[in-house]
Design a protein around this ligand. Structure first.
Ligand code: SAM
Length: 625
């Protein structure tokens, strides 16, 4: 039974329960209710108390409304749900990463300018050449809590099951995470997280040395906000940062926690060649071998790149002409799998944003998605601008000659592992310089057409104009419903409140809760209240209407509502009840963007794959006219 249907069952039971009204009490949050995953919880719970405490005096009354939202069912996408990593297992977790904007400064400042720290090499996980593929190895000794590489980019795949997704099966089953932070982008969102999340292999039981920290909220960036042709053409989600959770000696392959024993079961019973049980120590390579054959992964870091849509990739050290700047392991995808159908539910849909991060050729069905750290940030020069780097096939690609002769369909059908491009410096590149390749004539033509035809989302015609919810969350005061009637907020935002009464408590075996005397409780919430610019909607965030304001801007009376998607969970407001909360502090009221309102969903957003240079994309793969 899925988590959702389980909740639904609970919810049904509660209909027959007569609610009583009473003053609420507070409870400490039991983190397992949010997290649902035991791994790493000890660390979670300790650091969680570092978050600001949000609490309010909560009182609910029940009044019949006669209205119930319909249960929401969802198509689960097999194993991909099991990964469930993004923001979920590590929900509000442990080690707080710095915002990604500091990556470059950090890379330039504290990292040794000359030494490569992390390399890509063939994995030592058993079955390496056929199943585990590439892996990430450390060239330095690592201590617990050290940052590993830079934060991963997150790309939201929207409502795949309602569009074309057959060709995405491999990606979805093996490489996507459940998106909570990205849920603002659609009804069902899965997150593709190229970088450490996709390139490193999974550990087993407690055998893994890295965990992702709390992801940072989406950043609109200084470039490409509404009104610019770049709006919606790049992701706002960054910084899935990994940290070491134990000592990692140099030469070691770094295994991360995928959660839910994704690969773990297999590895738990694996043995080394000498039939000894597999240990982390058996996944080591000689440092000299890695220095010779490993491909450096930390020559580039990301930072804002004004004028080129969002962010870019910058050299963390001086790179001589001819240096391999970064390897690009590739996942083959079918072009049609990124098509989105347009119907009344998805009027703006056209292509998944992922297309902008794929390499391809206009005459081929085949798209290639690179998944090593930071590569997806590499921008193009403008038309006729000079480049400082170029793409070519790597000599370390697996079965390259055969692959270049096979058809696009063969490659798609075989879900080929080992296709590998590399970015090579075409001149000396200085530390801090942006890496710029040429996306090709077809891309430039498409971009020029897009800029010429671009009609900005005319903010001035809207009253009040579009604003990112994150900006409203910085305001000290929230308008009441009456005030909003005179002075409304922009229609792309909604108010949510931190509220978690405990309906589940009636299923608790405590005897005094068994006889209809449900304990009305509003929990002390030890999380940050408002996740900016997102609609995370964890159990403790509910849509709400602001009824009254007290003591200046400090406290509010709100009515807490159910999600208009009709989703039902343990904390849904039961049918026939109204939950009015008094004494709600300002920071427990959050502005969230409405689903489908953000840049990624703009009808005008640019969508085009990156062109591989002439001669690099093999003619054998060109199966379209
Ligand atoms: C592979 S991504 C590059 C990283 C991207 N800047 C980001 O922040 O995610 C490709 C997208 O970057 C933007 N881009 C790259 N080069 C550009 C350029 N020369 N001019 C305008 N936009 C560019 C476009 O939005 C394009 O679809």
């Amino acid at each position: 039974m899925t988590a959702k249907s389980h909740h639904h069952q609970k919810r049904k039971k509660s209909k027959h329960h007569a609610p009583a009204s009473s003053i609420t009490t507070f409870e400490e949050v039991d983190d397992s209710s949010v997290n649902g995953e035991s791994k790493g919880q000890k660390v979670v719970s300790v650091l969680e108390y570092l978050f600001p405490v949000v609490a309010g005096l909560c009182l609910w009354r029940s009044v019949s409304t006669g209205k119930e939202s319909s249960p929401w069912s969802t198509l689960l996408l097999g194993r991909s749900q099991r990964l469930a990593l993004d923001d979920d297992i590590i929900n509000w977790t442990t080690l707080l990463p710095e915002p990604q904007s500091s990556d470059l400064e950090e890379a330039l400042g504290s990292y040794s300018a000359s030494l490569c720290r992390f390399v890509m090499s063939q994995s030592m996980v058993p079955g390496g050449s056929s199943s585990a593929g590439w892996g990430i190895f450390s060239l330095v000794d690592i201590e617990p809590q050290d940052k590993l590489l830079y934060g991963d980019m997150r790309i939201q795949l929207v409502d795949v099951q309602n569009h074309q997704y057959e060709g995405l099966a491999h990606l979805l089953y093996n490489y996507t995470w459940k998106a909570k932070y990205g849920t603002v982008e659609g009804t069902e969102v899965q997150t593709v997280v190229p970088g450490m999340s996709m390139l490193s292999n999974s550990g087993w039981d407690h055998h893994f040395q890295a965990m992702a920290g709390k992801p940072t909220p989406p950043e609109p960036g200084t470039d490409g906000t509404r009104g610019s042709p770049t709006a919606g053409s790049f992701t706002h989600y960054h910084n899935r940062q990994y940290f070491a959770i134990q000592t990692v000696p140099k030469g070691q392959e770094i295994l991360v926690n995928y959660g839910q024993n994704f690969v773990g079961e297999k590895l738990a019973h694996a043995t080394t060649d000498g039939a000894a049980p597999l240990t982390l120590a058996s996944l080591q390579k000689p440092v000299s071998e890695l220095q010779t054959n490993g491909m450096c992964l930390d020559n580039i870091a990301s930072a804002e790149a004004p004028g080129r849509g969002g962010r870019g990739a910058f050299a963390t050290r001086d790179l001589l002409k001819g240096t391999v700047v970064v390897p690009l392991p590739l996942i083959p995808l079918n072009r049609t799998s990124l098509d989105m159908y347009t119907d009344s539910r998805y009027p703006n849909a056209k292509k998944q944003l992922l297309l902008n991060y794929c390499y391809g050729h206009e005459n081929s069905t085949l798209l290639l998605f690179p998944y090593s750290p930071v590569v997806n940030y590499i921008n193009s020069v403008g038309k006729d601008e000079p480049t400082n780097a170029v793409l070519r096939w790597s000599a370390q690609a697996q079965n390259l000659e055969q692959s270049l002769q096979d058809s696009a369909q063969d490659i798609l059908a075989s879900r080929r592992w080992g296709l590998l491009l590399e970015v090579v410096a075409t001149r000396d590149i200085s530390q801090g310089e942006q890496i710029l390749i040429d996306y090709g004539q077809t891309w430039h033509d498409a971009w020029t057409r897009h800029v010429q035809q671009f009609q900005p989302d005319n903010d001035c015609s809207r009253s009040p104009p579009y604003v990112y919810a994150s900006r409203l969350n910085q305001l000290k005061m929230v308008r009441t419903q009456d005030e909003q009637a005179q002075n409304p907020y922009p229609d792309n935002v909604e108010t949510f409140c931190v509220y978690q009464y405990s309906e589940t408590i009636q299923y608790n075996p405590w005897p005094h809760h068994q006889h209809g005397s449900k304990k009305d409780t509003c929990r002390k919430v030890t999380h940050e209240a408002c996740p900016p610019h997102t609609r995370m909607v964890p159990d403790y965030l509910r849509p709400c209407r602001v009824l009254d304001r007290k003591e200046g801007d400090a406290f509010y009376t709100v009515e807490v509502l159910n999600d208009d998607k009709g989703s039902v969970d343990a904390g849904s407001i039961p049918w026939g009840e109204r939950h009015i909360v008094t004494g709600m502090p300002r920071n427990a009221i959050c502005f969230l963007d409405k689903v489908y309102s953000t840049d990624q969903n703009l009808a005008s957003a640019f969508r085009h794959e990156i062109g591989l240079p002439g001669g690099v994309f093999p003619t054998a793969w060109m199966d379209l006219e």
